[in-house]
Design a protein around this ligand. Structure first.
Ligand code: FES
Length: 106
């Protein structure tokens, strides 16, 4: 499989169905940006800005939260139980069917 299908809910509540390649070393933040979704990605994917925060709505198996992501989420606003940083989620086949919602902008 080369592409996975993701569902990304924007801040207006519209769900965008996007196809993401698994063979281009992309992460979820980059995919959102590639599709023109309003994700800033200010730190370039270093887990240092939280502008790529999203809420995971599906029970998809995701990679564990690493120390950098945990540290950033402990300081970020609007953090919920299901918060993740999109830039810390690589696009793999396991993500097929993933549904996330963009966290509020700040
Ligand atoms: Fe900055 Fe993800 S892009 S934390």
């Amino acid at each position: 499989m080369e592409d996975v299908t993701l569902h990304i809910k924007d801040r207006q509540g519209t769900i965008h169905k996007v196809e993401a390649p698994t063979d281009m070393a992309m992460n979820l933040m980059e995919v959102c940006k590639a599709y023109g979704l309003p994700v800033e990605g200010a730190c370039g994917g270093m887990a240092m800005c939280a502008s790529c925060q999203c809420y995971v709505l599906s029970d998809t198996d995701l990679p564990d939260i690493n120390d950098d992501e945990e540290a950033m989420l402990s300081e970020a606003f609007y953090v919920k139980e299901n918060s993740r940083l999109g830039c810390q989620i690589p696009i793999t086949e396991d993500l097929n069917g993933l549904t996330v919602e963009l966290a509020p902008e700040y």
